[in-house]
Unconditional design. Sequence first.
Length: 248
Amino acid sequence: MKGYDAEEFGKRYAERYDGLYGEAMADETNLSVETLAELANGGKVLEFAIGTGRVALPLAAKGLEVHGIEASEEMVAKLREKPGGQDIPVAIGDMSKTQVDGKFDLIYLVFNTIFNLTTQEAQVRCFQNASKHLSNSGVFVIETVLPDFSTYVEGQRMRGSWNTMEASRFEIAIQDQVEQTVAFQRIIISEDGIKMNPHFMRYAWPSELDLMAQIADLKRRERWAWWDKTPFTTESKSHISVYGRASK
Ligand SMILES: C[S@@+](CC[C@H](N)C(=O)[O-])C[C@H]1O[C@@H](n2cnc3c(N)ncnc32)[C@H](O)[C@@H]1O
């Protein structure tokens, strides 16, 4: 989607992010924090795309030293407003390139955010950047949904989210099977006019992510379907993958 860059998400969602996902994802957030804390094992932690601190803040509240990389100043400004949000060092930049000092025992990238890197090259660079920042015994954790195009017809899907007396919200998604991208427009039509909300992502299957890990000298150690460590099967709708150094 021409013109869509890494800062776009924050510009459009920073104000609304916690309202949309804070309460609604509270159970998932708590469960992920428990599992991530276990994987960190008391060590140093780095979140790629830390956002407004949904996961990082409760992790830091457990006594872990948490750092972040984030593309959007607007998202980080929201993190800074929250209790403990001033204490987390965050480097503003692209998670596929930005370097911070030190090595980390846990690096994590959750909520499908690897898909925010919209080319295969950028996703590979992201694994390589994680690998550069990992301690020898450290792990890199990725969480994504499994792409599901069963409701798409000829590579497209349009679906409504809600109607009121004054407005309608619907989403148009257009897939490019060659680039593995989906361009979304979430559109609100109301008596006040039309509001467009674009989103663009590149999806990758778990097997492709494993290959990216190999390129980055990492090897998969675990794959669960969910944060409660449910086994991953052909029925799974999401995966949590844990990578460690291949040469170890
Ligand atoms: C869905 S939010 C997830 C935020 C947080 N990790 C969470 O789980 O609540 C996606 C985040 O990725 C950030 N982002 C998008 N592209 C990025 C990039 N290339 N480098 C760093 N951050 C990026 C966005 O600004 C946004 O904060």
